[in-house]
Write a protein that binds this ligand. Structure first.
Ligand code: UDP
Length: 326
């Protein structure tokens, strides 16, 4: 049994992680300010005897210093998330994503806690390779475009985590998440699958940005959680940084077509320009596909759930949620 601290535990991925850790008999403390996370992500668990929820911000150093002792593992998932939110509020992105990580790493180095850092495929920037390997270069755009602040801030987190590993021997694992999806994800922060599914279930057009030829890979959140915990369970790791996601690419147009096929074949797609969706400054990443060899070699598995199944599960969940909210 371990005592685990999960920052961002009420978030979409955090909720699934907490559920899994509790199911394995661990004690879990969640820190979450419920800004982008929702307490409903933990509803089913709120009475669990091994779960403590602290509503507060990771930007509160006193709270972090108070909560850290007594835990043996830290899962640092709290961050400013979603390209839309991040582009809208770059100051908050930097404040939330950098200073608290530094403090948590310092506290973990003092307390000897094993540390998981949630990072993002945004750290690769707009690297034009077909698929991205962990040792690839990071290709950010100019600082005048706030969009790159997100990937850049998480890249600094990665530098910090690796530096603490090098200097103090802190056992860190960094996961660069690619598009993680599934039931309970919300569309408010720009995420494409909940937006498409909700529009389709309401009988509305699906809004595809640009020409829809941009490419992503979607992994089911439960499989991602198994990767996170699998890496944290390893005593010896040949590497500290891992791509975590599906490596099966699909265009956003193809994704929209699959949602339409599963919900109502008479629905239509509407194409709109990026500038109308995110504002003039926006620059998207055309292709985002991970090389997951390192993950698979280390763990013996990788996320493989077909998109069709992920969509079916997500559509069913959303259908129920919409029915209940009526
Ligand atoms: N996207 C879209 N319509 C939407 C939301 C997103 O066409 O309503 C596109 C978006 O431009 C991007 C892709 O879908 O190319 C994935 O977007 P998301 O925000 O889910 O993830 P990320 O951009 O981080 O890959």
């Amino acid at each position: 049994m371990s005592r685990c601290l999960v920052t961002g535990g009420a978030g979409f991925i955090g909720g699934y992680l907490v559920e899994y850790l509790l199911s394995q008999g661990h004690e879990v403390t969640v820190i979450d300010n419920l800004s982008t996370g929702r307490s409903s992500n933990l509803d089913a668990l709120s009475d669990h005897k091994n779960l403590t929820i602290r509503v507060g911000s990771i930007t509160d150093p006193a709270l972090l210093a108070e909560v850290m002792p007594g835990h043996d593992q830290v899962y640092h998932l709290a961050a400013a998330v979603g390209v839309k939110l991040v582009a809208d509020d770059p100051v908050r992105t930097i404040e939330t994503n950098i200073y608290p990580t530094e403090l948590l790493l310092r506290l973990a180095a003092q307390g000897g806690q094993k540390f998981f850092l949630a990072s993002t495929s945004e750290a690769y920037g707009k690297n034009e390779k077909d698929s991205w390997v962990e040792e690839d270069d990071l290709h950010f755009g100019p600082t005048s475009k706030p969009r790159w602040a997100y990937g850049c801030s998480k890249a600094i987190d990665e530098f910090l985590a690796l530096a603490y590993h090098q200097k103090y021997g802190l056992p860190v694992v960094i996961g660069r998440f690619f598009n993680v999806v599934g039931p309970r994800q919300v569309g408010n922060y720009g995420m494409v699958i909940p937006r498409f599914v909700e529009a389709a279930l309401r009988g509305e057009k699906l809004t595809v940005y640009d020409d829809g030829e941009q490419v992503r890979c979607f992994a089911h959140v439960s499989e991602v959680v198994r990767c996170i915990t699998g890496l944290m369970e390893k005593d010896e790791l040949p590497h500290r940084l891992f791509n975590i996601g599906s490596d099966t690419p699909i265009s956003i147009r193809g994704l929209a077509e699959q949602v339409i096929e599963q919900v109502d074949p008479s629905l239509e797609i509407e194409y709109i320009a990026y500038k109308d969706a995110y504002g003039h400054d926006f620059e998207d990443v055309r292709r985002r596909v991970p090389d997951t060899s390192r993950l698979e070699q280390t763990l013996g598995f990788k996320p493989t759930m077909p998109l069709k199944e992920i969509l079916a599960e997500t559509i069913e969940w959303k259908r129920k949620e919409l029915a209940e909210s009526k």
